[in-house]
Design a protein around this ligand. Structure first.
Ligand code: PLP
Length: 387
């Protein structure tokens, strides 16, 4: 054969690869099939590189172990996992109940896309009782989406109770479990149908990769989620799946350290004169603590606190004085971050008066004493302008 042909076919991978502890990263859109019959075998999706490649499959298997799931679908971001699950499971004429403290871009998807496709969206108060929520749901309600704790204002819902009541009425339940990361809370073991995560946060853990997952136990649901991914044409890269798998290996260690650092800082903040109250479900006395203590095995590094009332300039001075905490919206990485939440709360249908500016901290892997010194610097700047 000529060089043109030989260069196309030379250097192919050996049948059996040497074994490393991580999976090989396969890069490929083309998948070579073993015989003619396999070309049109509708029983599987593994005829094209959007599904079935090594690192992605290993990540799905590992997440299934973490979540206690029968199957896990992967999506290119956390928001894509939430919107993807909705698109896979809802149809025109259905209604979805969405918790009012939901991650704001989910609300954007619901209001701008779901409604356009004829799905009614109702935002419920996270404080409503499970009995009222499910008892007053219309017959069109097909799904309830929860987020507990809420990732800005840290409300807890009795999600197992909501799931049990919803199941009796044939309503699916889903939770954005990014705070629990599949580790601190096990939604599927608590009867919730779908456990959704932004892997972008704690599983990735290094603030450099986007991905989302939806895990389920019911094989029919697993199949409908996989069909949804297939129909929408989503795929994640082998490199990104590998990075997620690497993050997963150290997830428990990072969570333990970040949770402990966060609690130390929360306890310190509680004693500071500028702080009105803490919103940290793992702290006794904070809203939702009893539910957290019943259902969760630990805390991550994300929590809120309320400053005593002060002009906006004082809040900005607090944030601008921070040198170790970065100012940024994401969380779940190795680094500490701070934001003020108030502008994001304006879209809520069931607003709360927190009695002062609501701040959110993500506590990373730095020495907590350095973080405390940084916060003191911020609070001093705040106090100078708070009057
Ligand atoms: C609670 C929560 N869910 C979902 C997401 C979406 O994740 P992604 O940025 O990967 O779309 C975020 C992102 O901040 C989040 O905070």
């Amino acid at each position: 054969m000529s060089d043109e042909t030989r260069l196309i076919h030379a250097g192919k991978v050996a049948g059996a690869l040497v074994k490393t502890v991580g999976p090989p990263i396969q890069k490929g859109s083309t998948v070579l099939l073993p015989n003619a019959e396999a070309l049109y075998d509708d029983a599987n999706y593994l005829t094209y590189g959007r599904a079935g490649l090594s690192a992605q499959t290993c990540l799905q298997d590992a997440l299934a172990v973490l979540e206690g799931a029968v199957g896990v679908s992967l999506y290119p971001s956390g928001i894509a996992a939430i919107s993807g699950a909705m698109m896979a499971l809802l149809k025109a004429g259905d209604e979805i109940l969405v918790v009012d403290n939901v991650y704001k871009p989910v609300r954007r998807f619901c209001d701008n896309v779901l409604k356009r496709f004829g799905v009614e969206v109702t935002y419920f108060d996270p404080a409503v009782s499970p009995e009222t929520l499910v008892g007053t749901a219309s017959d069109n309600v097909r799904m309830i989406l929860m987020e507990s704790p809420g990732s800005l204002s840290f409300e807890m819902q009795d999600t197992p109770r909501i799931a049990a009541l919803a199941r009796e009425r044939g309503i699916l339940t889903a939770i954005d479990n990014t705070w629990g990361a599949g580790l601190l809370f096990k939604p599927l073991a608590h009867g919730i149908d779908l456990s959704i995560q932004a892997l972008t946060k704690y599983v990735g853990g290094h603030s450099d990769v986007f991905m989302g997952s939806a895990a389920a136990r019911d094989p029919a649901l697993v199949r409908r989620l996989a069909d949804g991914v297939h129909h929408m044409g989503w795929a994640v890269s082998g490199e990104d799946a590998y990075a997620m798998l690497r993050g997963l290996r150290t997830l428990p260690l990072r969570m333990e350290k970040q949770g402990a650092n966060g609690l130390k800082i929360a306890l310190w903040l509680r004693e500071q004169p500028e702080v009105a109250r803490l919103l940290h479900p793992a702290l006794p006395g904070c809203p939702g603590h009893e539910l957290w203590a019943r259902d969760f095995s630990g805390a991550c590094g994300l929590f809120g606190f309320v400053l005593k009332p002060a002009p906006e300039a004082a809040v900005n001075a607090f944030l601008d004085a921070l040198k170790v905490f970065g100012l940024g919206f994401s969380w779940g990485g190795f680094e500490s971050l701070a934001i003020v939440c108030d502008p994001q709360l304006k879209v809520r249908r069931h607003p709360r008066d927190y009695g002062g500016p609501l701040m959110r901290l993500h506590v990373g892997l730095e020495d907590p004493d350095d973080l405390i010194a940084d916060l003191r610097r911020g609070l001093d700047a705040y106090a100078r302008l708070a009057g």
